[in-house]
Design a protein around this ligand. Structure first.
Ligand SMILES: O=c1ccn([C@@H]2O[C@H](COP(=O)(O)OP(=O)(O)O[C@H]3OC[C@@H](O)[C@H](O)[C@H]3O)[C@@H](O)[C@H]2O)c(=O)[nH]1
Length: 444
């Protein structure tokens, strides 16, 4: 019994010893695992480990901080380099834009704040509008051009871009406009028959809704407004020459009606606003006008004949050529518009040159003014409702504005021919299209 209990005690001791050994072994494995995890969490570069191994603790921290700082400096330098590249890119863009701003503007008079006016010109980037803008600017006024660029061009006014007295607004006056102005010259409308006939609805909207918007603006801000009307309100006239008192002969449903009747309504609107709302209105009935800045594809007789003569193409007379017109040079017209705005005369005024020619004669005048021109003059189909005779009676303008045209047809045509010659030489002409091929896109 005693011997058996001694045997059990020995066995238990051996088992206990073995268990202890196993425990120590397990503890060693556990410790190694923990060490592995710590090193994988705080994975240090070899260089850093070496520092840890070789340097005292404080120095190790300092070196690590330095390395962190180096990394930050490096990324900051990179950001600065990126910013510098972006600035250089923007500077290049600014230089390109500045290159488009004229270095020198035409001379402009200085006006004190009492004399200086804020003048709105609708259609100010167009043929007549841009010449008017030039004069108003040189007089020292603040000029705001509003244009939808249907037929107007930025090129016509780009020599004023950036000038402190000049502002350009891309806007269609069929929509209301809210700005301040002392005077409004309302010229916006297509004026060339092929252009205004191309989109008759737009032509009527511009001359009716657009005119209401401009008269409404004049009423709100107390501005004086000049409406650009036309000799076309006389239609195919039964009275010759045409005085302002003649009521006209217009086909209200013909192809020209959108313009003729549109302008007649514009006049009616002007005098309705004058009577009912006390708006100060001026109405200019503008006869055929010509000069530099007419578009090569304008489609009116002056630009067509000159372009044809300069290129030795056939000069195309519509109909038998016996219809007559009287042509006024653009600078004379602009003088007339300025005089009318400044005057106290409020009824419609004819502005045009009373020297009358048949279209056939006119074709020969232009052909003879272009040296070496080999064009032939050909007659063709007549245009529907084409007025047969037109010449302004300018007695009202002479008496009330002390205005009459100064530039002779020969001088004016010579300047215009020089302009179109320059236009032809400065471009291959829209990649070899002729002006007949260029269509103006309609807007509604
Ligand atoms: O190539 C052409 C162009 C026109 N013509 C004729 O030349 C005459 C004048 O025609 P335009 O197109 O220049 O101008 P219109 O006189 O018909 O209309 C103009 O009138 C006055 C202004 O208010 C307007 O700008 C415009 O409508 C017309 O008899 C026309 O049929 C040609 O014989 N050949």
């Amino acid at each position: 019994m005693i011997r058996q209990s001694l045997k059990y005690r020995k066995t238990i001791t051996v088992i206990g010893f073995l268990c202890l050994l196993l425990l120590v072994y397990l503890l060693l494995i556990l410790k190694r695992d923990i060490n592995d995890k710590v090193t994988s969490h705080q994975r240090l570069s070899k260089k850093e480990e070496r520092i840890f191994e070789s340097e005292p603790k404080r120095e190790k921290h300092v070196k690590l901080a330095k390395m962190e700082l180096d990394k930050n400096i490096h990324s900051t330098i990179k950001e600065l380099q990126d910013a510098k590249a972006r600035i250089e890119h923007l500077e290049k863009k600014i230089a390109i834009l500045e290159g488009r701003i004229p270095e020198k503007y035409p001379d402009v008079k200085y006006l004190g704040y009492k004399e200086r006016k804020r003048i709105l010109v609708t259609g100010g980037a167009g043929f007549v509008g841009s010449h008017l803008v030039d004069v108003l600017m040189t007089q020292g006024h603040e000029v705001i051009v509003v244009d939808n660029f249907f037929t107007g061009r930025k090129r016509n006014v780009e020599h004023w871009f950036g000038h402190r007295n000049f502002e350009m607004i891309h806007h269609d006056i069929v929509n209301p406009l809210y700005i301040e102005a002392d005077e409004i010259y309302h010229l916006a409308s297509p004026a060339s028959p092929p252009h205004y006939m191309q989109n008759p609805v737009k032509t009527i909207k511009t001359n009716t809704v657009g005119t209401i918007n401009m008269l409404g603006l004049a009423r709100r801000v107390g501005a004086k407004i000049l409406i650009a009307s036309t000799s076309e309100v006389y239609g195919d006239p039964m009275v010759h020459p045409q005085p302002e008192s003649y009521w006209g002969h217009v086909n209200p449903i013909g192809p020209r009606a959108c313009y003729d009747e549109g302008k007649r309504v514009a006049e009616t609107l002007a005098y309705s606003y004058a009577k009912q709302e006390n708006v100060s209105v001026r109405v200019a009935r503008i006869f055929n006008t010509y000069g530099p800045r007419m578009h090569v594809s304008d489609g009116r007789v002056v630009s067509n004949f000159i372009m044809q003569a300069l290129q030795n193409l056939t000069i195309t007379v519509y109909g038998n050529g016996k219809q007559t017109r009287s042509f006024c040079y653009v600078s004379d017209l602009v003088d007339g518009l300025l005089s009318l705005m400044a005057s106290s005369y409020t009824l419609p005024v004819n502005l045009g040159n009373p020297v009358e020619h048949t279209i056939e004669e006119f074709a020969m005048i232009i052909k003879n003014l272009v040296p070496g021109c080999r064009s032939t003059v050909a007659t063709g189909a007549a245009v529907e409702d084409d007025p047969q005779r037109r010449r302004p009676d300018i007695a009202v303008a002479e008496a009330n504005l002390r205005w009459s045209p100064k530039v002779t047809l020969k001088d004016g045509l010579q300047r215009t021919i020089d302009y179109f010659r320059e236009e032809l030489s400065r471009t291959t002409f829209y990649n070899n299209q002729t002006y007949m091929d260029i269509n103006v896109k309609p807007h509604n």
